[in-house]
Design a protein around this ligand. Sequence first.
Ligand code: SIN
Length: 308
Amino acid sequence: MDLSTTIAGVRFPSCFMNASGALCVTRDELLALGRSHAGAIVTKSMTVEPRDGNPTPRYYAFPGGSINSMGLPNLGYQAYAALIPELKEFGKPVIASVAGLCEDDFPTIAAIINAAKPDLIEVNLSCPNIPGKPQIGYDAEASERLLKRVRKVITVPMGVKLPPYFDPAHHTAMGEVIGRCGVDFLNLINSVGNGLVVDPEREAVVIKPKGGFGGLGGTIIKPVALANVRAFWKIFEGRIPIIGTGGVVHGVDAFEHLLCGASAVQIGTVLVEEGVSVFGRLETELAAQFSKKGYAKLEDCRGKLQEL
Ligand code: SIN
């Protein structure tokens, strides 16, 4: 079964890859992704300085999902720039995820990372976990300003990772921004921030940062992720490729993302819970779903969700 895909002219041997943040901070983790069945290697979102991130516990899995407030722990952009040539030797696309603690950080990082020649760059406008720093993707003006600045220094395909939007008016407003900024692909969605998980036994929150508030992931966010994939697929009539992220735990979840218009899917919670062997399982399950439905490749079903 052909589970390969193409995003912004870059071919991926498999449509499954890690979501930035999941097992992709250290060199060892990134090399393990390279050796795995993953269709790409996505780096942790990087900042100018290396960061330890928020205090622990900062990740908690529960039936149906997870909550995290990692706080962008990462090696710093210079370390990832140095690692990119080694990661490219695996012969699959490398996606560098660029973040920042202020607007000026983004072009600084993007220019150096671009020079290291990852196959694609994903600009993360949606980290919900830095105390005192709102998600840029919820500010259309700031997003446009920032994307236009990074676009000037990025020569590889440039994507943007957005937070979830919950109203069509917000899909439309952000769609207009995206349409003006030369964005080559979208990644939808980052974790749903900010949620709060309560342990009734301990009568306490389950993660330490921000009084227990954090980004939700896993099965519980799938309908939100699918809605965002579908909304942006319709806004751009399929012209901007979409990576669907959120709630992919089984092959059939990926199939649903493809039907909504995704060209690939990223996994977070299930990767953290199962480790890199999960990629083989997901490929087998999606291939079985394709066989059952009589599809031979992704393009046969992408965007073909029927409306009633
Ligand atoms: C984090 O490191 O806190 C998560 C990053 C993100 O969700 O973008």
